[in-house]
Design a protein around this ligand. Structure first.
Ligand SMILES: Cc1cc2nc3c(=O)[nH]c(=O)nc-3n(C[C@H](O)[C@H](O)[C@H](O)COP(=O)(O)O)c2cc1C
Length: 274
């Protein structure tokens, strides 16, 4: 039960820091850059869905704080505020858009267009969640807000999704649970995409955004990392197992990262989200 969550933590305990001495640390500088943005530190805000679970303002204060800290913010497709509002809350901050790719291409194009027009400067496609895993801790906590009308805000504010709702006779005002369920069916649709579809989404984002970075999230195997880089030509990968929330029994992310760095020593580009 939640063994990958445990493995993630254990991997961090196993990988210890080796302090170096007599280094002049009187002036410290943690700044770095990612995709052309100078940021305060080599960490960023991971995409986390449905922030309204813990704050009625959802993603807005998080995006605002990310800007204040000058750390990259990443909005999830499962966020609980419209893309445009999150972009405005983040202001001049560097921000990326995490896509759960629908099978409805017109909807994907609409989401990516809105993200680009709202100042999101990279597209990160999460691959590890074609449908929700059996999450023991979420089951124990009844953490399923989207079946109670929360977490569909990116869809409800989307013109293409609004068309789809109307076609099905779903009025989100009077039928919020049905609208939410339809959004979830689009986002965690239970039908996996495959490598063949990735050039389309990459090229679509590049065309919409004028060539901004394209990233795959959820990579855990050296072979997948290699394919993403060599065949697809991505601008980055996020080595991650979704905090152990998808395949329970999967390798710890930090161990996967070590394997991938070793397996791709000729080329490595990674960034960490905490
Ligand atoms: C409550 C919760 C919600 C999350 N929601 C999303 C999400 O909507 N999209 C996504 O790509 N990842 C989501 N994740 C995964 C995180 O983005 C991140 O991958 C995870 O916390 C582990 O960090 P790591 O990838 O640096 O190992 C979620 C994680 C948690 C704990």
């Amino acid at each position: 039960m939640s063994t990958t969550h445990l493995a993630n933590r254990q991997a961090f305990y196993r990988h210890r820091i080796i302090p170096r001495m007599l280094v002049d640390t009187n002036t410290r500088d943690t700044t770095t850059s990612i995709f052309g943005h100078k940021v305060s530190a080599p960490i960023g805000f991971a995409p986390i869905g449905i922030n309204k679970i813990y704050n009625p303002a959802g993603e807005l204060p998080v995006a605002k704080v990310a800007k204040e800290l000058n750390l990259p913010y990443c909005l999830s497709t499962a966020g609980s505020q419209p893309i445009e509002d999150v972009g405005a809350a983040n202001g001049e901050g560097p921000r990326f858009f995490q896509l759960y790719q629908p099978h409805d291409d017109e909807l994907t194009i609409s989401l990516l267009t809105r993200a680009h027009e709202s100042g999101f400067t990279a597209c990160i496609v999460t691959l590890d969640t074609p449908q929700l895993g059996w999450r023991h801790d979420d089951v124990a906590n009844s953490n399923y807000a989207f079946y109670h009308g929360q977490g569909a805000d990116l869809g409800l504010s989307d013109p293409v999704f609004q068309k789809r709702l109307a076609a099905d006779g779903i009025d989100p005002k009077t039928m919020p649970n049905e609208a939410g369920a339809k959004w979830i069916d689009n986002v965690w649709h239970g039908r996996a995409h495959s490598w063949e579809k990735m050039p389309w989404v990459k090229e679509t984002w590049k065309r919409i955004s004028g060539g901004k970075p394209f990233v795959l999230k959820g990579i855990q195997h050296v072979g997948d990392a290699r394919r993403a880089v060599e065949e697809l030509g991505v601008d980055g990968i996020v080595v991650s197992n979704h905090a152990g929330r998808q395949v329970d029994g999967a390798i710890a992310s930090l161990d996967a990262l070590e394997n991938i760095v070793e397996g791709m020593s000729y080329f490595f580009f990674s960034f960490c989200f905490f």
